[in-house]
Design a binder for this molecule. Structure first.
Ligand code: LLP
Length: 382
C-alpha cells in the first residue's frame, strides 16, 4: 500500500470515516506477482475476498476468471461480462438456481459430494474437490482440507466419481484441492499435492488440475507454484489456481478515526471502526498491521477498540502508538481481502464507502450506505 498520507487525510476529510481505501497500483502489482510466480496457470479470482464491481472489472480486463460460490457472486461475474471459460461455480451446498445460472453461462462446476453428479445440468464440465485429510498451519476456521471438515470427497471416492461423470455425459476435467486460507507454510501445499499425486494411477491423465488458493500474505508463491506445476504435470494437466487474498489484501486499508481514549484495566484507543468493518481480528484472531497518521513524542501500548457493545470488538491488542487524540487517523492495513466483503449492518451501522486511488486521484467505487438503505426492505407497502 503506497497511498500517500496526505491523500488519506484528504479522503477522510471529504468522505468521512471509516472508509476503505484501495491502491490500484498495488492491485495490479498483486496480479503481476501471481502471474510471475504461476506462469501459464489459469487464474480464477475467488471473489468472496472482495466482490466490488470495480475490482472485478479491473481483473476481468486482465484476463482473470472468477470462482463463485453463490447465485449472487455468479450474477456479479455475469454483470462484468465473464462467461464460460472464465467461470467456476463452487460450494458445498449449491442451490438449483446456482446450477441453472452456472449452466446458462457455461461455467465449470466443482463437485463437492458424490450426489452432485445427478444434480449437474446436462453436459457439464466438472472438477472433483478432493479432501486430502490434512491438518494445516492456519486458524481452525480457515482450514478446509482436514478429515473432519465439510469440504470435498475422499481420495477413494474420486475415481468412482470420474467414471460416473463420464457415464452421465459430463466432462470430468480433473481434480481440485483447496486446503484452507491464510496459509504461509509451503509444506502444507506440498503435502496436499502429494495426496493428489497418489491418486494419479487411479484416475489416469486429466486435462486440468485446480490447486485452489489459500496463500497467506508473505507466502513463498514461487515455491508453491513450482510444486503446483509439478503436480499438474503428473496428470498431464493444465494448472488452474483460485487466489483470493493474494490478489487484493495488501491493496486495501481501512481508515478510521480515533474517537477518544480511556483506561479501565487496560488502555484503550476507541475507534470509529470495529467488528462491523473488519471482522477478522474478532473471528480469527487476525493481526492487521497499523500506521498512525499522527505524530507525538510519547508512545505507549494501546488496545484498539471499536464502537460496538461487544467486548470482543477489538481490532488490535498492545499496539504501540504515539498518544492518540480524538480525530487522529489510523490506517489498518491488509484490509483489501475479507474486509468490506465481511462487513455487516449489525447495530444498523451503514457500510463505509470504498475508494480507489489511481493516478493520484480518488474514485468512489461504493458509496457510503445510509440507515434508510439498511431498513428499506423492512418497510411494507412501498
Ligand atoms: N478457493 C476456494 C475453494 C475457497 O474456498 C477459497 C476461500 C479460495 C479459493 C480463496 O482463498 P484465499 O486465497 O483468499 O485464501 N474469511 C476468511 C477467509 C475465508 C476463505 C474461504 N475460502 C478470512 O478473512 O481470512
Amino acid at each position: 500500500m503506497s497511498i500517500p498520507a496526505d491523500a488519506l487525510h484528504a479522503a477522510a476529510q471529504q468522505h468521512g470515516t471509516p472508509l476503505y481505501a484501495y491502491d490500484a497500483a498495488e492491485l495490479d502489482a498483486s496480479v503481476a506477482r501471481v502471474r510471475t510466480a504461476f506462469g501459464n496457470a489459469r487464474v480464477y479470482y475467488a471473489m468472496k475476498a472482495n466482490p466490488n464491481l470495480s475490482i472485478l472489472r479491473r481483473l476481468h480486463t486482465q484476463d482473470v476468471g472468477f470462482e463463485c460460490v453463490s447465485a449472487g457472486e455468479i450474477a456479479r461475474a455475469a454483470h462484468v461480462g465473464a462467461t464460460g471459460e472464465n467461470l467456476i461455480v463452487n460450494g458445498p451446498a449449491k442451490s438449483p438456481a446456482e446450477y441453472a445460472l452456472g449452466a446458462q453461462l457455461g461455467a465449470t462446476f466443482i463437485i463437492d459430494r458424490e450426489e452432485e453428479v445427478a444434480l449437474l445440468p446436462p453436459a457439464s464440465r466438472a472438477l472433483i474437490r478432493v479432501n486430502p485429510a490434512l491438518n494445516v498451519s492456519t486458524h481452525d476456521h480457515l482450514a478446509t482440507g482436514a478429515a473432519d471438515s465439510k469440504f470435498g470427497v475422499t481420495p477413494e471416492q474420486a475415481p468412482r466419481i470420474i467414471s460416473a461423470l463420464r457415464a452421465a455425459g459430463h466432462t470430468a476435467l480433473g481434480l481440485h484441492v483447496h486446503i484452507g486460507s491464510a496459509i504461509r507454510d509451503a509444506h502444507d501445499f506440498t503435502a496436499a499435492f502429494a495426496r493428489l499425486n497418489d491418486l494419479r494411477p487411479h484416475t489416469g491423465p486429466l486435462p486440468v488440475l485446480d490447486t485452489g488458493g489459500g496463500w497467506g500474505i508473505g507466502a513463498d508463491l514461487p515455491g508453491i507454484a513450482r510444486e503446483a506445476h509439478a503436480a499438474a504435470a503428473t496428470f498431464g494437466a493444465q494448472l488452474w489456481v483460485e487466489p483470493g487474498r493474494s490478489l487484493v489484501a495488501t491493496a486495501g486499508t481501512l481508515l478510521t478515526r480515533v474517537v477518544g481514549t480511556k483506561t479501565t484495566g487496560r488502555p484503550f484507543a476507541l475507534l470509529d471502526a470495529g467488528m462491523t468493518e473488519l471482522l477478522r481480528p474478532m473471528l480469527y484472531g487476525a493481526q492487521h498491521p497499523v500506521t498512525p497518521l499522527w505524530q507525538r513524542e510519547s508512545t505507549s501500548q494501546w488496545d484498539l477498540a471499536g464502537p460496538a457493545c461487544e467486548s470482543g470488538d477489538l481490532l488490535g491488542r498492545n499496539v504501540t502508538l504515539p498518544t492518540p487524540h480524538p480525530g487522529d487517523l489510523l490506517a489498518i492495513h491488509e484490509a483489501g481481502a475479507y474486509g468490506a466483503a465481511m462487513s455487516s449492518n449489525y447495530l444498523t451501522r451503514p457500510r463505509p464507502p470504498e475508494l480507489l486511488w489511481e493516478r493520484s486521484q480518488w474514485t468512489v467505487i461504493r458509496q457510503r450506505e445510509t440507515p434508510q438503505d439498511i431498513w428499506r426492505a423492512e418497510e411494507s407497502g412501498e
